[in-house]
Design a protein around this ligand. Structure first.
Ligand code: NAD
Ligand code: UDX
Length: 460
C-alpha cells in the first residue's frame, strides 16, 4: 500500500481538532484537513487569535500554530475533503440516544451513518475509513455495509482506532500515549495507519487487534476508569460516617501495585462527555444480548455517580439548616474537570439544578466557561423555564464578585487557581457562618478552619 499523503477528519470537536493537530504536527508530509458542518467552529479553529480556538487545552495553541496553514487545514468543504483523502477519520459525536429504541442508553449513530453515506456518495477512489469516534461493538459491520452498497466499485477498508486522550491533558496524552489501538482486518490498511502514528509513537505501544476487540476495548477502558471513581466515591460516604479519611484510604490502597494510585480521587462525581455515555452504551449492548447480570453490574457505576452528586447537594442544604431558599451560594468551577472549557455532564450542572429547585441563589465563576454555556446547560435539563434559570443563577467573570456576601462556597471543579485565592479576604466578605463545601478536596482544611470557615469536604 502506498504511504498516506492526505488525511481528512470529519468532526472538528474535542477529539478531531487536537488529534489531527498532533498528527499534522508529527507528519509534516501528510496534508491533514479537518472538516465540520458547524461553520462557527471551523471559523474559530481558523481564528488568528489562538485564544479563540473552540477547544481549550493546555499546549494546543502551540501545536496548532506550528501546523496550521502548513499541512493542517480546517474547512467546511466536507465533500471536497472526502474526495481528496486517502484516509478518512470519522470523529463525529456519538451521544446517548434521546428518542426511540434504546433512548437514554444506546449510542445515537445518526451522525456516523450520515458520514458513511456522504463518503459513499462522494468517493471515486479506494479509501481507508477510520473510526475515531467511540462506537458500539460491531459498528464497523454497519459502516461497511453502507459503504459497500454504493455500487460505484470503490474499495473501502475499515479500521477502528479509538481515542484515549483525556480532556485537560489532551496534548500530552497525544504526544505520549500509553498505547495506540488499531483494529482491523486488512494488514495493509492497518500498516498504513501504523505508519502515521510511528512518526512519534514507539512501535511497541501501537497495538493491533481485530475490529471487535478494538471497538469494545474503548468502552471497557472508560467503564473501568469510571468504576474506580465510583468505587472510591462509594467509600467516601462510608468515610464520612466512620471517621476515616478517603484520601488516606486511597493512598493506603493505591500503594498496592495491583491496585495502583490513579483514578482514586474522591469527588462530587465524574462528568464529561464519555464516561456516562459509554457505560450506558455498554449496559445497553449487554442487555441486547440478554446479559442482564453484566448490564446490572455496570449500571451500578452510574447509579453510584448520580447518588454522589445528589448527596453533595443534599449535604449543602442540610448543613445550611435545611434551607437554602434565597441564600447566596458561590460556585467555584463549572467545567467537568480542570483545564478544559467542556461542561458536558459536569456534576456542577446537577448540583446547581438541585439547589435551584430549593430556590437558592447561585453565583458561578469558572475561568474558562462562558455564561452562555452555563445557561445552555441548565436550559437543556428542562427543569424550569429559561427565565427562572436566569433569575436564580448569575454568572460572573471575577471570583471575588461571586464570593462577596455569599452564605456558602461550593467547589465544583479543581482549577488550580482556586487554591491561591486570598481566603482571608474572602472570609471577611462572606456571611457568617461561612460555609465551604469542597467537592474536589482541593482547599486546605487546616488553613480554612483557622480563618474561621465551616469547612466540609467529600469523604472526611
Ligand atoms: P464534539 O461534539 O466535540 O465534536 C463532534 C463534531 O462533529 C461537532 O463539531 C459536529 O458539528 C461534527 N459533526 C457531526 N456530524 C457531522 C457530519 N455529518 N459532518 C461533519 N461534521 C459533523 O465531540 P467529541 O468530544 O470530539 O467526540 C467525538 C467522538 O470521540 C465521540 O464518539 C466521543 O465519544 C469520542 N471521544 C471523545 C473524547 C473526549 O474526551 N471528548 C475522548 C475519546 C473519545
Ligand atoms: C475520559 C478518559 O480518561 C479518556 O481516556 C477517554 O478517552 C475519554 O474519557 P475525560 O472524561 O476527558 O477522559 O477526563 P477524565 O480525566 O477521565 O475525568 C473524567 C471525570 O472523572 C471528571 O469529571 C473527573 O473530575 C472525574 N475523576 C477522575 C474523579 O472524580 N476522580 C478521579 O480520580 C479521576
Amino acid at each position: 500500500m502506498k504511504p498516506i499523503k492526505k488525511i481528512t477528519c470529519i468532526g472538528a470537536g474535542y477529539v478531531g481538532g487536537p488529534t489531527m493537530a498532533v498528527i499534522a504536527q508529527k507528519n509534516p508530509n501528510i496534508q491533514v484537513t479537518v472538516v465540520d458542518l458547524n461553520r462557527a467552529r471551523i471559523a474559530a479553529w481558523n481564528d488568528h487569535d489562538l485564544n479563540n480556538l473552540p477547544v481549550y487545552e493546555p499546549g494546543l495553541d502551540a501545536v496548532v500554530n506550528e501546523a496550521r496553514g502548513r499541512n493542517l487545514f480546517f474547512s467546511t468543504e466536507v465533500e471536497k475533503a472526502i474526495d481528496e483523502a486517502d484516509m478518512i477519520f470519522i470523529s463525529v459525536n456519538t451521544p446517548t440516544k434521546t428518542y426511540g429504541k434504546g433512548k437514554g442508553q444506546a449510542a445515537d449513530l445518526k451522525f456516523i451513518e450520515l458520514c458513511a453515506r456522504q463518503i459513499a456518495a462522494v468517493a471515486k477512489e479506494d479509501k481507508i475509513v477510520v473510526e475515531k469516534s467511540t462506537l458500539p461493538v460491531r459498528t464497523a459491520e454497519a459502516l461497511k455495509s453502507i459503504l459497500d452498497n454504493t455500487g460505484n466499485g470503490v474499495n473501502f477498508q475499515i479500521l477502528s482506532n479509538p481515542e484515549f486522550l483525556a480532556e485537560g491533558t489532551a496534548v500530552t496524552d497525544l504526544h505520549n500515549p500509553d498505547r495506540v489501538l488499531i483494529g482491523g482486518e486488512d494488514e495493509q490498511a492497518i500498516e498504513a495507519l501504523v505508519q502515521v502514528y510511528e512518526a512519534w509513537v514507539p512501535r511497541e505501544r501501537i497495538l493491533t487487534t481485530n475490529l471487535w476487540s478494538s471497538e469494545l476495548s474503548k468502552l471497557v477502558a472508560n467503564a473501568f476508569l469510571a468504576q474506580r471513581v465510583s468505587s472510591i466515591n462509594a467509600i467516601s460516604e462510608l468515610c464520612e460516617v466512620t471517621g476515616a479519611n478517603v484520601d488516606e484510604v486511597a493512598r493506603a490502597i493505591g500503594q498496592d501495585s495491583r491496585i495502583g494510585p490513579k483514578f482514586l480521587k474522591a469527588s462530587v462525581g465524574f462528568g464529561g462527555s464519555c464516561f456516562q455515555k459509554d457505560i450506558l452504551n455498554l449496559v445497553y449492548i449487554a442487555r441486547t444480548y440478554n446479559l442482564h447480570a453484566v448490564a446490572d453490574y455496570w449500571e451500578q457505576v452510574i447509579i453510584m455517580n448520580d447518588h454522589q452528586k445528589t448527596r453533595f447537594a443534599e449535604k449543602i442544604i442540610q448543613t445550611m439548616y435545611n434551607t437554602v431558599n434565597g441564600k447566596h451560594i458561590a460556585f467555584l468551577g463549572w467545567a467537568f474537570k480542570k483545564d478544559t472549557n467542556d461542561t458536558r455532564e459536569s456534576a456542577a450542572i446537577y448540583v446547581a439544578d438541585h439547589l435551584l429547585d430549593e430556590e437558592a441563589h447561585v453565583v458561578v465563576y469558572d475561568p474558562k466557561v462562558s455564561a452562555e454555556q452555563i445557561y445552555k446547560d441548565l436550559d437543556y435539563l428542562g427543569t424550569r423555564s429559561p427565565e427562572d434559570n436566569r433569575r436564580l443563577i448569575k454568572v460572573v467573570d471575577n471570583p471575588y464578585e461571586a464570593l462577596d456576601a455569599a452564605h456558602a462556597v461550593a467547589v465544583l471543579t479543581e482549577w488550580d487557581e482556586f487554591k491561591g485565592y486570598d481566603w482571608a479576604k474572602i472570609k471577611e466578605g462572606m456571611k457568617r457562618p461561612s460555609f465551604v463545601f469542597d467537592g474536589r478536596k482541593l482547599l486546605d482544611r487546616k488553613e480554612l478552619n483557622r480563618l474561621g470557615f465551616a469547612y466540609y469536604a467529600i469523604g472526611e
